[in-house]
Design a protein around this ligand. Structure first.
Ligand code: 5RP
Length: 235
């Protein structure tokens, strides 16, 4: 997909998600370029009088929300929320996801857990027959080497993510490293999510296989939006 058409597909999906927000809702605000289109539309709706509050999943999202005039709150104020809007790197036919290109998957998963409905905004290129992207694993720096060895023993090819315009490892918003681990094809995402999370020192991993029942996918394309699974759980 060309960059311009991909951006336009992301915008279509992001705007559609923002139009699901109802007055008074508290919304999880994910991280990434597609979510930022949803926030762009929320800015317009807030300017027209919509009252809502957002819970950001990263420093970048919090900065963007402040710039857009989206009121922010926390999970301490609202441990349960109506809706979370987030992006994804891959979505399989059973609505299981890989997330974490932006290294924000830990806070994103905490916010997804708190949400009644988890709305994922993507362009059609993210819809895949099976998950095979490297899994981003947030790890305590103290545990990086043992975790690398455990992931290798599971058959993965793990590498510590390096910064751009920063020498050495990427440091997450929580002060940890990211290990990207390729398994090439993940046939049992539920099992992988559980097994990786059980390794001591792993904070969280980027497989989201537990929320399929409350997940709504909005996949944008040149022809508009495809909404999965069906409209009955769309607010
Ligand atoms: C950040 C994420 C993003 O939501 C995911 O990488 C999608 O980003 P984009 O919408 O820019 O393609 O998981 O940690």
């Amino acid at each position: 997909m060309e960059k311009a058409s991909q951006d336009s597909a992301k915008k279509t999906a992001g705007y559609r998600a923002a139009d699901m927000v109802r007055p008074g809702m508290v919304i999880g605000l994910g991280t990434g370029s597609t979510v930022y289109y949803a926030m762009e539309r929320l800015r317009e709706r807030i300017a027209q009088g919509l009252a809502c509050e957002g819970i950001p999943t990263s420093f970048q999202t919090a900065l963007r929300a402040r710039e857009y005039g989206i009121p922010l709150s926390t999970l301490d104020e609202y441990p349960e929320i109506d809706l979370a809007i987030d992006g994804a790197d891959q979505v399989d036919p059973e609505l299981r996801l890989i997330k974490g290109r932006g290294a924000a998957q830990t806070r994103e998963k905490i916010v997804a857990e708190a949400a009644k409905t988890f709305v994922i905004v993507v362009d059609e290129s993210k819809m895949v027959p099976f998950l095979n992207a490297p899994i981003p694993v947030e790890v305590l720096p103290f545990a990086a080497t043992p975790v690398l060895l455990r992931l290798k023993a599971m058959g993965g090819e793990p590498v510590i993510r390096e910064g751009q315009k920063k020498d050495g490892p990427v440091i997450t918003d929580n002060g940890n490293f990211i290990i990207d681990c390729s398994f090439y094809r993940i046939d049992n995402p539920e099992e992988f999510e559980r097994l990786i999370s059980c390794i001591p020192g792993v904070i969280e991993n980027g497989i989201f296989a537990r929320y399929t029942k409350k997940t709504v996918i909005i996949a944008g394309s040149g022809k508009g939006c495809r909404i999965l699974p069906s409209s009955d759980i769309v607010p």
